[in-house]
Structures are given as C-alpha cells and as structure tokens.
Design a binder for this molecule. Sequence first.
Ligand code: C2O
Ligand code: CU
Length: 443
Amino acid sequence: MLLLLACVDPAGGDAAQGDHGHDTASETVVLEFPADRWSEGGLLSGTLVAGSVDDHFGYNGVSPGPTFRATVGDDVSISLVNDLDDGTSVHWHGMEVPNAMDGVSFVTDPVSPGGSFEYAFTANRPGTFWYHPHVDVSRQVDLGLYGAFVVTDPADPVPDRDLVLVFDAADEYEGEVEAIAGGHDDGELHDAPDPSQTTWRVNGLSQPTLALEPGERVLARVVNASNAAYLSLNWPGARLVGGDQGRLSAPASVEEVLVAPGQRVEIEVVDGRGYVEVTTSMWTPAGGASYGAAEVLLYLDGSDTEGEPLGFTFDGALPSPDPAYADLVYTFQGGAHDEAWLIDGESWPDVTPRTVDLGAELIVEARNISATSHPFHLHGHRLELLSVNGVAPSAARWVDTVDVPIRATVRMKLSADNAGSWALHCHLLGHEDHGMMTILEVE
Ligand code: C2O
Ligand code: CU
C-alpha cells in the first residue's frame, strides 16, 4: 500500500505530499495531519472539544488534537469543552502555568460532562510541550486525548518545515475500546503489552512516508504520548538539538536516543541522505534494550541534494556542578505483588506533601529502588539534569520529565519559582494511576 502523508507547513500554506515506491501500490490513502493553531499578534486562542472519535477519544474530532503554536511571551487562552461522559481537564505538560491552570483535580475540579473551562496563561519558555487530561489519566490519554504545544524561541533559526511528530503505542487500554464502544468501561488495567507486539503510530499513522523537498531543512519535534512504551530512537544522519525545554548546549547524534513516556526531543533533519528509515529499537521499562527487531516508525523520501545546517546556536555550557548534598530525595518503589506503586513509601492519595520556599534553588534526587524504570515528572517547573548515577550528561539540558532507570539515582537542579501545589509523579500512567504520585508545595 502506498501512503501519502500530508503535512501542514510552518507558513500555513499548501500541504506538502509525497510518496515512495518501496511497496506495490494497490491504493492511495491521503492522511491529513491535524490542523495547527497559531498565535497572532501575541495571542493564541482556541477551543478544545474533548469527545469521542470513532471508538476512541480526541480533541476537535482528531487524535492527536490540534497543535498549538506560540512564540515566547505570547498570551494563551484556550477553552476546553467537555463532550465526554466523564469529567476531564487539560494539563499543559511541562509549561510553567499558574497553579489554577494546571488541570489537576487536587487544585481545580474536573470539568463536568457538558461543561467548559477557560485556560489562560503566558507561554513563557521555549520548547516542545504537550497537553493531556489529568483526570482518569491513563485511560483518557491512552484513548487519544493528547496534542502538542510548541513554543518557539524567536532567536532560533526558522526551519523550512517545523514538524510535530506525536508518537503513541498500543498500550494497556486499547483492548478496552470494544468495551467502551459498548458502553461498559470496566475501568481495570489490562496486562502490560508484550513489547514485541508494540506497534507505534505517529500522528495516528502507521509507518507513514514523509517526502522531503530537495535540500529541505526540517525541525522534527518528537513527543512520546504513550502510556508505557519507550522509544529508543534511531534517525540516521539527523542531529539531536533539543530536549523537553529548549536547546541542548551541544548537539548529539540520534542513535538509541531514549524518549520515555512524557518526554520530548527536537531533531534537526537536513535532506541529502536519500531514502531514510527512522526506527525504534526494542526497549522495555523492565530491563532496557530488549530482544527483537527494530521497528520502522516512519520513512523519509529524500533526495541527494544536501541542504545547509539550520544554524542553531549551541552555547557549549557544561551541565551545572552536581553537589554532594540533596535538598529533596524521592524514592520510587513498589510493584512487587499487589501493583501498588509508591513514592517514599506512600501511595496517592495518602501522601504527605513536602513544602519548599518560593524562589529556593534545590537539588532534587530521584532514587529508583524498584525493578522497572520510572519517568520522573514535576509539574509547573523545569529542572536542569545534573547526573545519572553520578555521571553528568554530555550537554546541559532542561527537563520536566526524565527517565530514572532501574536501581539508578538521577539528580536535578530546581528553581522553585512557581507558587502552588504541584504534582510530582511517574509518567508511566498505569503507575501514576496506581499510586506513584505526590505533591510538592511551593509557597
Ligand atoms: Cu504529562 Cu502530570 O503529566
Ligand atoms: Cu513508574
């Protein structure tokens, strides 16, 4: 089958389409990328209608939902309309929003069926962010409620194409779709997927082809929106230029780049390598690299015309020093027999919030003493990654989500500069729904 992937280009012009001939064409399928929404005159406004899309969920009739695009400093006002049968909310993952705009149910009540809520905040940091509900999280996200939110730094070069790639894998609720369609949601977690059976979709498409213009320069923004599946990304000839939030201090190759659930990476792709397969190696949170063939995520139908690099500025900064103390230590554990997942021996909602002073600079240490990886995520802030098991990253980077490997210690620096009650949790959403969440109070 021949696949055509239509992409909205950053200028909002005509969709670029392409095809490749590695398969026998029996039919032509034109698949649309969801419409992008842009800020105008410093304001980004829009409506998100959460509702059913076929057997799944989506926003405004699509999953992933629309991509929002703002420039640093722009004001954002987005109203959520709830067309679902259950309460929902929007959490702006990674964004430094006021606490009342964070979409978590211990701060604001979920939006009832038929209700609406107006989210207003300023997009004050660059990065590739995403949005998803923070109510009945693992089920609602897995069924398709998520989308990307791009905040552009005006100092960055403008690519020929600014491409958002939202990845999702078949996760634990996919088997429940039939039950939901029939009106019986059993609300139970199903067995973890067999990693060899994982099938990734990108922007809802299976192994699409992206046609590049000769010499075209693309910034690919990768979001891992899956509940539990890790990407171990291989993109031949491309450069890793950004993490969750803004530029890395030095570029890196895209070879076995781990993108845990909730994490994002920004990748510079310059045409000139002809036909390229972008793949993920088999990887499981229960042990890392695992047995099985790499899976193709997408194909690039490029040419041999080499484009110039985009010209990002990398400041070369070293990661900040990793001191010999910690202000906040979080221990991730559990999962042995009863599927309870704990932070510091506590399981949500029976947790003891920790309180820190507004404006404090803190060293945060996440220790994993369990037999599976956990992506650490803190709301409303960004953190600088200092070390993993005592080893500093090769370049300075800002994170809001970071994988804590089995038995590993990850250390980060936090400026607690956003007042409120902030969720801190594992972004394996089954773990989060089974207790692996706590609260950090900043006051
Ligand atoms: Cu992406 Cu608390 O979540
Ligand atoms: Cu976890």
